[in-house]
Design a binder for this molecule. Structure first.
Ligand code: GTP
Ligand code: MG
Length: 323
């Protein structure tokens, strides 16, 4: 979605592009010199209008409108810049495009009923000036939208309509190994705003369902109180994704985190996300004592069927109204 936003030309670039196209217009031979000039000037105005307006209209069309954004994306955008300012800037761009059409129509109409070459040329000069100042008026908006675009393109593309499982747990408990086990192809990797980490997204089918699994290294593996405000909000955006959480607990001691630390994080994730959570004990080849109902080991590939059928139960349940 965000990859389709075109490069935002700046004020001077739009003016240069429009004027240089207009400069190339030349009427072929015409018996009447003032007819020739008139035709030429009218063509120039139409060219300037269409060059500028097609760029501005494309911006308005291709920048996602904030009302239609999924709350996940809205949350992340709102962190970075004022969404009201974003709306206002797009509105100004659209208004300017409409003004350029009106201005051009007006000058074309004046030229049509004029015979005097000098007057025609002076109108043309006036048109150039008024067109330029309309464009210069949106300088700051173009600048602003251009930086929005740079930011938006870095936001990970999550399929907001797809059933999703988010893998959480302390570092080193086996999250990435599990993602690799559950999904077939290489996961997509995308930097996550305001965190030092990237998220990894994989896809697979469970029963009839196409699902998305998100591995969140460095994101859901630390206490929220250790986070700054921006990080907290960026993490909270994940809450807006419909889905459930697979929480890995490593009782083998090999992750370097105590059971207590892991339970604390579990409580926090539960509180923050209020989503269904599947507790899964990992690395059971190292510590065979089963504590959780679902136990897996990546090394001896055990327990995957149990986990997958639990995921399927949740998927089925999500289609049945609660209660
Ligand atoms: N013995 C054993 N080792 C495992 C198992 N699952 C993962 N590991 C090992 O545990 C280590 C950490 O696994 P990762 O999958 O990278 O863990 P992670 O939770 O993604 O770690 P971070 O991304 O750092 O948070 C790796 O050396 C894995 O090979 C398992 O089932 N059994
Ligand atoms: Mg990992």
């Amino acid at each position: 979605m965000f990859n389709k936003i075109p490069t935002v030309l700046r004020t001077q670039e739009i003016i240069d592009k429009a004027f240089s196209k207009a400069a190339k217009i030349e009427e072929p031979y015409h018996p009447d010199i003032s007819d020739k000039i008139r035709k030429e000037l009218i063509d120039k105005i139409s060219t300037i209008e269409s060059t500028a307006c097609s760029h501005l209209d494309r911006l308005v069309k291709k920048f996602p409108s904030s009302e239609k954004l999924h709350p996940f994306y809205y949350g992340l955008l709102d962190l970075m810049f004022d969404v009201d300012k974003y709306k206002l800037s797009l509105g100004k761009i659209q208004w300017t495009s409409e003004r350029i059409v009106t201005l051009s129509t007006d000058y074309i109409r004046r030229l049509k009923s004029e015979k005097d070459k000098k007057i025609m040329n002076s109108w043309m000069k006036q048109y150039y000036g008024r067109f330029s100042s309309l464009i210069k008026n949106i300088s700051a908006d173009l600048e602003f939208l251009s930086s929005c675009r740079d930011y938006m393109r870095k936001i990970p593309e999550i399929e907001t309509g797809m059933e999703t499982f988010i893998i959480a747990g302390m570092p080193n408990v086996g999250k990435s190994s599990l993602l690799g086990m559950l999904t077939t192809s290489q996961p997509k990797v995308a930097p996550y705003p305001f965190t030092t980490q990237s998220i990894h997204i994989g896809y697979t089918d469970i029963g009839y369902y196409r699902i998305q699994i998100i591995d969140t290294p460095g994101i859901l593996d630390r206490k929220m109180s250790d986070r700054n405000e921006m990080e907290k909000k960026a993490i909270l955006a994940l809450q807006k994704i419909e889905g459930s959480i697979i929480f890995l607990l490593d009782y083998s001691g090999s992750s370097g985190y105590s059971v207590e630390q892991q339970e604390n994080l579990y409580e926090e994730v539960k509180k923050f996300f209020r989503k269904k959570i599947i507790r899964v004990q990992s690395k059971t080849d190292l510590s065979p004592e089963r504590v959780e109902r679902i136990c897996i080991s990546i090394n001896d590939k055990s327990g995957m069927n149990d986990l997958v059928s639990e995921m399927e139960n949740i998927l089925r349940g999500s289609l049945v109204p609660a209660g």
